[in-house]
Design a protein around this ligand. Structure first.
Ligand SMILES: [Zn+2]
Length: 214
């Protein structure tokens, strides 16, 4: 792009590094941006900086929140605190919220176990999850990891960890039992290998409604 002004080339280059934006789309976006009036562009730049500086992860569930505060779901007293839906990424919780039929809480793992990609259980927020389910309030854990080999392996791993935690507590004579916690998995209606955040909300809602014991 030697014919373009350097500043424009740089803008196109930066935009094309964003997911889902190819070189052509980046060019069109860059040209549209420089065509806008300065006030609108200043507002866009402010919105970018503000989002980067202020959007954080909820200290409880790991969903997206603002200024390190609890997210809107955790903050909502009307939500059912006895159910936690475990997802791989914050985008999955956003996809599930679009269905409008889920009223429990979430727990974001931050990925799925994938030894080939170097993602081990300790890289995910699994210990934080076990700490949450041990509080005596939670009665169901919905393992809504993706319907991929990694997502399935992660769900099974969490199921095993829960069983082990329960046995350890029983052996230590703890009166707090984890046996009553129901562990479920989204129904098999989801296409194999599918990612939650790319699934339409009606399909997701039905997978949630028809969840099965794991
Ligand atoms: Zn939260």
């Amino acid at each position: 792009m030697a014919s373009l002004p350097e500043a424009l080339s740089e803008l196109i280059h930066r935009l094309s590094r964003l997911p889902g934006i190819g070189p052509r789309a980046a060019e069109r976006m860059a040209l549209a941006i420089i065509d806008k009036n300065p006030a609108e562009i200043a507002a866009l730049a402010d919105a970018l900086n503000d989002a980067v500086a202020r959007v954080t992860h909820c200290p409880h569930c790991g969903c997206l929140s603002q200024d390190n505060r609890p997210c809107r779901v955790c903050d909502d007293n009307a939500r059912d605190r006895s159910i936690i839906c475990v997802v791989e990424s914050p985008l999955d919780s956003i996809a599930l919220e679009k269905g409008g039929g889920y009223h429990g809480l979430y727990h974001v793992l931050g990925g799925a176990i994938s030894p080939l990609s170097g993602v081990l259980p300790e890289d995910l927020r699994i210990s934080e999850l076990l700490a949450r389910v041990g509080d005596g309030v939670v009665s169901e854990l919905i393992l809504a990891t993706n319907a991929s080999p990694e997502g399935e392996a992660t769900a099974l791993y969490i199921r095993q960890e829960l069983d082990e935690l329960h046995e350890r507590r029983a052996a230590a004579g703890s009166s707090e039992s984890l046996a009553r916690i129901r562990v479920t998995r989204l129904a098999r209606g989801l296409p194999s290998g599918s990612q939650l955040d790319y699934t339409d909300s009606a399909t997701l809602q039905s997978a949630l409604d028809n969840r099965t014991e794991l």
